[in-house]
Ligand binder design. Structure first.
Ligand SMILES: Nc1ncnc2c1ncn2[C@@H]1O[C@H](COP(=O)(O)OP(=O)(O)OP(=O)(O)O)[C@@H](O)[C@H]1O
Ligand SMILES: [Mg+2]
Length: 136
């Protein structure tokens, strides 16, 4: 499903609709350039699933966990490779049953990504416009 959004508010609406499809154990891969809106989209999904904490970019901590309707992990693999991911225990975290995962820069740790996952591709069009493609 490919959608064009023209504002942050429209991204929020798309994220809220996507959130309704989330089930325990889901793995969501978010692809897109730096600043495309992967963290922003994740933040909207988590908030709509009952996470109260402020959700900021996990870039400096690799992984952050949240509790709402599900246990969530938000992983940003931008700065790491597979060895570092395993050293950080990401492989064990990804084995956690029933948690829901949102992963940015998953290509850096592709060997750890479960085969079954949902994919969200976000394309920067201009300052406020994005193309959001949801698969799976
Ligand atoms: N329609 C929109 N949808 C999403 N983000 C938007 C939109 N319009 C403007 N933005 C802005 O674009 C920026 C997206 O930043 P964000 O941190 O979410 O990107 P990212 O893909 O996670 O980048 P990184 O790879 O660096 O982690 C935010 O500042 C957000 O407010
Ligand atoms: Mg991000």
């Amino acid at each position: 499903m490919k959608l064009k959004v023209f504002s942050l508010h429209e991204t929020k609406t798309v994220a809220e609709n996507f959130a309704k499809t989330i089930k325990a154990g889901d793995v969501v891969i978010l692809n897109g350039d730096l600043g495309a809106g992967k963290t922003t989209f994740t933040q909207f999904v988590l908030h709509s699933l009952g996470v109260k904490d402020f959700v900021n970019s996990p870039t400096f901590s690799i992984v952050k966990s949240y509790v709402g309707k599900f246990k969530f992990y938000h992983i940003d693999a931008y700065r790491i490779n597979l060895d570092e991911a395993i050293e950080s225990g990401l492989d064990e975290i990804l084995n956690e049953q029933n948690a829901v995962f949102f992963i940015e820069w998953a290509e850096n740790i592709s060997a750890l990504i479960p085969v079954t996952h949902k994919t969200i591709n976000i394309k920067f069009i201009n300052d406020t416009t994005r193309e959001i493609d949801i698969k799976g």
